[in-house]
Design a protein around this ligand. Structure first.
Ligand SMILES: Nc1ncnc2c1ncn2[C@@H]1O[C@H](COP(=O)(O)OP(=O)(O)OP(=O)(O)O)[C@@H](O)[C@H]1O
Length: 200
């Protein structure tokens, strides 16, 4: 059963719809791209699909039901700026521990070094920190991963390592993967199909 937006509409203020009547779905085991130019509402839709915000109209359904309001959400979101996604006061060991992430193989595949575990977010580079955010999002309960410009800020080698690990994990665990990007070439390389964000 899929993760889907049904007739979803969203706006931040009364007169200005960001999107309306948006219908899309991602099945387990699929890699789907969401493409559109800057400002068209991709991030807003990604946040709604991960339960960070509610659609103003329509619904987000997971296996035909609303997203669960308690417990670890089976839909996880990784976005562009890892420094906004973690508590600056916590050491990385605690960040991963809170999410129940103990998969040493995955941490190794993401290139996370044991010496980084006792550092705080401000003591890591953007690429190092994003590896932690990806690991945290790939916990045991995750069924869908939304990757919103996940590697846009990173160098080519880090991008390749993160994508290699995420695609491998998605394949092994039959995760549904929604890749949000303005970069059509990246989406063409990674995705089974690409959904263009509709223009209003
Ligand atoms: N909190 C907010 N309050 C008001 N308007 C907002 C807010 N967040 C985003 N917007 C506006 O909503 C529109 C869609 O933004 P969104 O970030 O979803 O687009 P995007 O396609 O992801 O853009 P980008 O590729 O540049 O990240 C933009 O015009 C943006 O200015």
């Amino acid at each position: 059963m899929p993760l889907e937006a049904r007739n979803a509409g969203y706006r931040y203020n009364k007169d200005n719809w960001i999107f309306r009547e948006m219908n899309m779905e991602v099945e387990r085991g699929q890699v789907v791209g969401l493409w559109g130019p800057s400002g068209c509402g991709k991030t807003s839709l990604g946040r709604i699909l991960a339960g960070y915000a509610e659609p103003v109209t329509g619904q987000v359904l997971l296996d035909g039901k609303p997203l669960p309001l308690t417990g670890v959400c089976p839909v996880q979101l990784v976005f562009q700026h890892p420094e906004k996604a973690v508590n600056p006061r916590w050491r990385m060991r605690r960040v991963l521990g809170e999410a129940g992430m103990e998969d040493q193989q995955l941490l190794d595949a993401l290139g996370i070094q044991s010496g980084w575990m006792d550092r705080r977010p401000g003591e890591l580079s953007g690429g190092e920190l994003q590896r932690f955010c990806v690991a945290r999002a790939l916990g045991k309960e995750t069924r869908y991963l939304i990757a919103d410009e996940m590697t846009t800020m990173l160098d080519a080698i880090t991008q390749a390592q993160i994508w290699h690990t995420v695609m491998d994990t998605a394949r092994q665990r039959k995760l549904g993967l929604l890749v949000i990007s303005h970069d059509h070439d990246l989406l063409s390389r990674l995705c089974d199909r690409i959904i263009p964000m509709p223009t209003l």
